[in-house]
Design a protein around this ligand. Structure first.
Ligand SMILES: NC(=O)c1ccc[n+]([C@@H]2O[C@H](COP(=O)([O-])OP(=O)(O)OC[C@H]3O[C@@H](n4cnc5c(N)ncnc54)[C@H](O)[C@@H]3O)[C@@H](O)[C@H]2O)c1
Ligand SMILES: [Zn+2]
Length: 342
């Protein structure tokens, strides 16, 4: 993680992957902003590089994009020792990573994340994949990047809503894992902007370090890694029930609020800690007011809860104080409903 690293990346890549064919995969927006520049820098320095892109957006994270990238790479003569470079947000990282996991049964790849969400979350951990009509991220693999290069200065061109999406994940990581880091966020929330690059550099390093430590202990998501789902059980339900009108980060912010109410109701979290969480989110201009559910049936279906049979329970990751979590808490449907209502 380093400011202005992007300008040196062609050197770093060419030194580390001497003589390899390089394939940059990006999306239509990032191609324009950074992709062509990286291609040119690599080529001028003597690298054998190609640039492939697809239309920006979650809608492209599908089998058709995945297969067209395979065709393009095979057509361009990709080999087992070639390198794929994922340059973009989480969508690019997930798709390009999954292509790297599967083409010729797997080639190495590196991540150059360009959104805050990708820099603090999706580029690290090795989960790669695509969406299916049955749901998000249903097809994929674990394929670790050989390296992740983060340049916070690249965020200056990011739309502010995308920036806030990433901030929600930063709050999640701090609230789940590190009370001191959470206090720092509370202190600095009002000065965190797209342009406060040195503050951001610190924030990103801390977040990614915490995530990497968790992934290092539970690469394949069978236990500890579930702490990273804080805010996501209800978050996903808000996202799905809104027909994806509520963006992921905003849904996570709402999920953090609603799940913390549940934690208070279950006697795990003190009320004043719940208020600290809400205030931190609000200071970062993230939503904290639970919206009226337009489609309650869809919301509860996404949770796997049948509203009428009170006996059904959903397993949550809940806070038991800032910086500490409990995994696998069974919460009765009635408590979920009451917490949302209150
Ligand atoms: N693999 C994981 O562990 C993991 C974790 C969390 C999320 N995800 C996935 O990440 C995806 C969301 O990622 P995202 O929020 O980065 O969305 P995204 O990749 O769609 O990027 C958001 C938008 O910002 C644009 N953009 C990217 N970088 C830019 C820059 N520097 N300047 C200007 N515009 C830029 C993109 O073109 C796009 O339009 C979802 O598909 C989600 O499932 C994966
Ligand atoms: Zn998330």
């Amino acid at each position: 993680v380093r400011q202005d690293l992007f300008h040196q990346l062609h050197d770093v890549v060419l030194r580390g992957w001497k003589g390899r064919k390089l394939f940059i995969i990006t999306d239509s927006n990032v191609r324009r902003l950074y992709g062509s520049r990286l291609l040119q820098a690599l080529s001028s320095a003597g690298g054998d590089a190609c640039l492939l892109d697809f239309l920006a957006g979650e809608k492209s994270k599908n089998a058709s994009t995945f297969l067209s990238l395979h065709s393009a790479l095979l057509g361009l003569g990709i080999r087992r020792d070639s390198l794929i470079i994922a340059l973009g947000g989480g969508v690019v990282g997930d798709v390009a990573g999954f292509v790297a996991a599967t083409v010729l049964r797997g080639v190495p790849f590196i991540q150059i994340p360009t959104t805050l969400l990708a820099q603090v979350d999706s580029s690290v951990g090795g989960k790669v994949g695509i969406d299916h009509q049955f749901g998000k991220n249903l097809i994929g693999a674990f394929h670790q990047p050989a390296a992740v290069y983060v340049d916070p200065s690249i965020l200056k061109t990011l739309p502010s809503a995308e920036f806030r999406n990433g901030l929600a994940e930063v709050v999640k990581i701090a609230a789940a894992l590190d009370a001191r880091f959470f206090r720092e966020i509370e202190r600095e929330a009002h000065v965190i902007t797209l342009h406060s690059t040195s503050t951001l550099t610190r924030l990103i390093s801390r977040s990614v370090g915490l995530k990497a430590a968790v992934v290092g202990k539970d690469e394949f998501d069978t236990g500890l890694r579930k702490v990273l789902n804080l805010g996501h059980t209800l978050g996903h339900a808000f996202e799905t029930a809104s027909g994806y009108e509520i963006q992921h980060g905003m849904a996570v912010a709402l999920g953090l609020v609603a799940e913390s109410r549940i934690a208070v109701a279950m006697g795990l979290l003190q009320r004043h800690e719940y208020h600290r969480l809400v205030q931190a989110l609000a200071a970062l201009k993230l939503p904290t007011k639970i919206p009226r559910l337009k489609n309650a049936a869809k919301f509860f279906a996404a949770l796997g809860v049948d509203k009428k049979t009170e006996a059904r329970v959903t397993k949550f990751v809940l806070l038991k104080g800032i910086g500490h979590t409990v995994i696998g808490v069974e919460v009765p449907a009635s408590v979920i409903i009451e917490s949302l209502r209150s």
